[in-house]
Write a protein that binds this ligand. Sequence first.
Ligand code: HEM
Length: 522
Amino acid sequence: MLPLLLATSATAVLSYVVLYRLYFHPLARYPGPWIGRATDWYTVYHSLKGDRYVDFVALHARYGDIVRYGPNRLSFSTVDALQAVYGTRANTKKSYWYDTMTFYMQTASTHATTNKVQHARKRRILAQALSDRMLHVYEDGFMKLLDGFVRRYEKPAAVTENGWSAVFDMEHEFMLLNFDSMGDFCFGESFGSLQNPSKADMIENSLEAFRGLNAIGHMPGLSWLQLDALASKVSRAIKEYEAYAAKLANKCVEKFGQKIHNKEQLSCVFDILYATSSQPGVEGFTFQELVSESSLLVTTGTDTTSGALANALFNLLNNPETMSRLTREIRDTFSDISEIRVGKPLNDCKYLAACIDETHRLTSIVGGCLMREVLPGGITIDGHFIPRGVDVGVPYHVIMRSSKYHAAPWEYRPQRWLHSETSAEEIRVARSAYCAFGLGPTGCVGKTWAMMEMKLTLAQLLFRVLELSHIQNHSISEVHGIDKDPDEWIRATPIFGLAYDFCLKLSGSVAYRRRVDSKVGL
Ligand code: HEM
């Protein structure tokens, strides 16, 4: 009798919750899939499946500019929403989703800090270490790694008789390069994964494990139900990584004293953060915060930049004319590989910048919808008042491929960003919907460095390598799961799904023929 009573009560409560959410909730008038309006299991399912970036495209195509995809969640697809949700004056804060990071880390990094005051404090310090004028400090370390990276394909063993190299998984190759470069950038020493790829296992394990953490972020109840075993791998991977980062940080502190004593230049982000934090009157980072900040920079900076490079290569390989034009620009601008450095000639490569912008637009590395919680006082988006407490966001793959803002939005057309080929008005409209690096006070603080790494890597690669070709053929519809003629999107190889919301990586297995002439000194 008791079990029956309990089952009946549970069913009654559940029915009440579902009916309330569907018909009486303050967001009840907004359209969306009924299962999503009723429960966050909808989002958990898609997070675990890793297809939220595709799902948002389908949801907005079906329901319009506003979609209720969770009981308390709204997704928007307009420029007005971008500003209202993420802009400088947005009355929002990072949502609960970011707090899940602190389940497993001792101290929240800037990225994981949801308190606006604390976030602003950390961000001010971080911005000093990553400002434009610091680029030259980090440049030498990166150039050395990049040289080793490009040369690695020049070893005789990598080349077959007909001049083609062995096949490389370029997404993985870029990951090793960027992992090492972030080690150098953050702690002043490369992780050495280009020489020994197993050194990158730590980061690869943690990425796959983020799948569970991501799901919990969308439904905190999962952790109350002790289902965070889903993320136990995250916990292990992050602990292992934190211990490693703490070791590196201690080493940096030791070296810092010597550098000051010998009047040497401070050369890594940790040094700059440590120096800034030690200034009198500055509410700087504690040692624990320094470790957390630098180690988290490594993960935020590795996966994003390497993924974006992989996506750039994917788009170029699938658009041979664009590849030729870009290669011409690089080779007309530089007459020797040693000239490809940070500076004006590289910045003057307008087509290179356009190819990178177009890569971010069409194949944004940010997969899902970065959530913000509406603060007291609410916000108004496109004339709709959204009350406090609601989670709001704009999915990148929707807004950056919207025909409202971009002509032929599914085509890779770098010229859409060039004033010589596109009207100022079209560019203004497209820019207003461009958000690859986020916007406002929580936008990417590493953007300048990331863009520089991408420009240098692509320029060096296209300067040195004669020809690149995809080896394995998979259609883009396999990658994106969208209804698109595969012939338009030839030869893509999905390498990495979408374990974490923050990641869409394409590219694939690539072989190359190297350029053999005096200019590249081979
Ligand atoms: C192509 C490469 C990159 C892309 C597309 C990218 C994109 C983004 C985006 C969209 C955000 C906002 C995330 C959010 O709101 O949750 C972000 C934040 C951030 N990015 Fe990047 N990023 C890239 C590379 C980098 C690099 C190289 C670094 C480090 C040097 C970096 C450090 C950060 C940090 C620390 C934040 C958090 C900022 C804050 O909360 O104030 N990113 N990035």
